[in-house]
Write a protein that binds this ligand. Structure first.
Ligand code: HEM
Ligand code: HEM
Ligand SMILES: Nc1nc2c(c(=O)[nH]1)N[C@H]1C(S)=C(S)[C@@H](COP(=O)(O)O)O[C@H]1N2
Ligand SMILES: [Mo]
Length: 331
């Protein structure tokens, strides 16, 4: 009984940690992503390690004729799908089927599981006693975590020793795809944005009261090599060219830059970053194609793919702080 309460409590902490560190990893295109993922993967593996104990609790629970048992089964299935897809992605044994990547299945199943997890925990009260929060419990918790870090470390060693595709992933966990081969670069979107049909003869870039045509943009030739790292689990490095935003914005005053797509999708950046942002019209020496953001798309080095706004129609500078936006796009 007590063991049951502690197991459930440990699962609660681990589920919350996995969920938060998963999103934290997505917030970075730089090294903090790696540390978030070490914690993430360890808590994920710890959940896996506790499942034999949890199955004893579950069997007991299922024996009671309590309403909502089916929802608990659905919740279990989603957690198992998420765990399996996470491991499939990290080892590389399965990376996609049809339109979905293993990473999308991993995150999608976890997202659908959230309301069920809340319901599961709220409707099944775990009665804690003071002794459950003793030094001993704390030490056991630490032991579970240490075991999980070790288990995660060993999965990484197995991936390398067995030469599984997972050994070639980047520090964000993403796999290389079509680098320096624009025609082989995957096309992706954050959620459901469809590729708009854009006629360049009427397309204009709205820029602080001014309007630029596609031909105006093509007269610039700023270049940089940068890696687009999609949270869907792939990355692709290309030579991009177009125009740097500091050149377009010529000393505009304000605190942030808002880059807006034809589809309505938008992201805000600190104004100081203008010199590192490129509005690209070409990649790999050829024109962008519709899927990759033609006629112009943002290149945001060291930021995850969702910052790389495609089909840009407008760039604004104003006083709103850049962090005053949803941390992840909502469309
Ligand atoms: C990996 C995550 C989890 C899975 C897959 C899972 C699954 C299940 C299943 C299938 C049952 C049996 C059916 C039922 O009683 O509804 C159950 C029972 C239960 N679960 Fe969970 N659960 C998880 C996490 C949690 C957490 C975080 C808590 C609370 C903090 C919790 C508390 C309980 C309780 C109190 C029972 C009832 C046990 C009994 O009646 O003897 N579970 N769980
Ligand atoms: C129920 C919640 C979740 C659980 C239990 C879970 C568990 C896992 C596990 C076991 C792995 C494989 C770890 C390994 O390399 O051995 C993994 C990988 C990963 N998860 Fe999750 N995860 C959850 C939710 C999320 C969410 C919500 C996100 C993002 C928003 C996310 C992002 C990732 C990423 C990027 C990887 C790849 C790490 C790598 O390949 O190095 N996860 N997860
Ligand atoms: N307008 C718009 N731009 C967007 C997105 C979107 O959904 N709509 N998705 C972003 C995401 S999540 C990624 S990973 C990249 C994908 O760029 P690619 O299709 O050139 O690989 O575009 C970004 N720009
Ligand atoms: Mo993405």
């Amino acid at each position: 009984m007590r063991l049951g309460a502690r197991t459930n409590l440990a699962l609660l902490v681990l589920l919350a940690t996995a969920f938060l560190t998963g999103w934290l990893a997505f917030a970075y295109g730089t090294m903090p992503a790696r540390w978030s993922l070490v914690l993430h993967a360890s808590s994920g593996v710890a959940i896996l390690l506790l499942l034999p104990w949890k199955s004893v609790i579950a069997r007991r629970g299922l024996a009671r004729p309590r309403p909502g048992r089916r929802l608990s089964m659905l919740f279990s299935a989603l957690v198992i799908v998420s765990l399996a897809a996470g491991l499939a992605h990290s080892t590389g044994v399965w990376l996609w089927s049809g339109p979905l990547t293993a990473m999308e299945v991993h995150v999608g199943a976890a997202l659908i599981a959230v309301p069920l997890a809340v319901w599961h925990v709220v409707s099944r009260k775990v009665r804690l006693r003071p002794t459950d929060l003793s030094r001993r419990t704390f030490l056991r918790g630490a032991a579970v975590l240490a075991g999980a870090v070790a288990a995660y470390g060993s999965t990484e060693l197995v991936v390398r020793a067995a030469g599984l595709p997972g050994r070639d992933r980047r520090f964000t966990g993403s796999y290389e795809a079509g680098s320096f081969q624009p025609e082989a670069m995957p096309v992706s979107s954050w959620m459901f944005d469809a590729i708009p049909g854009i006629d360049v003869s009427t397309w204009r870039l709205a820029l602080a009261g001014e309007e630029l045509t596609h031909a105006d943009l093509l007269s610039f030739d700023d270049s940089l090599t940068a890696t687009l790292d999609c949270t869907g689990g792939f990355y692709s490095t290309q030579d991009w060219s177009g125009v740097r935003l500091d050149r377009l914005l010529k000393g505009s005053k304000g605190s942030s830059i808002r880059v807006i797509s034809r589809t309505g999708y938008d992201r805000r950046f600190p104004l100081e970053e203008a010199g590192r942002l490129l509005l690209a019209t070409r990649f790999g020496g050829r024109q962008l194609d519709a899927g990759h953001g033609y006629p112009a798309r943002l290149v945001a080095p060291d930021r995850r793919g969702f910052w790389w706004v495609k089909w840009v129609v407008s760039i604004e500078v104003d006083d709103q702080p850049y962090w005053w936006q949803s941390p992840y796009p909502l469309q």
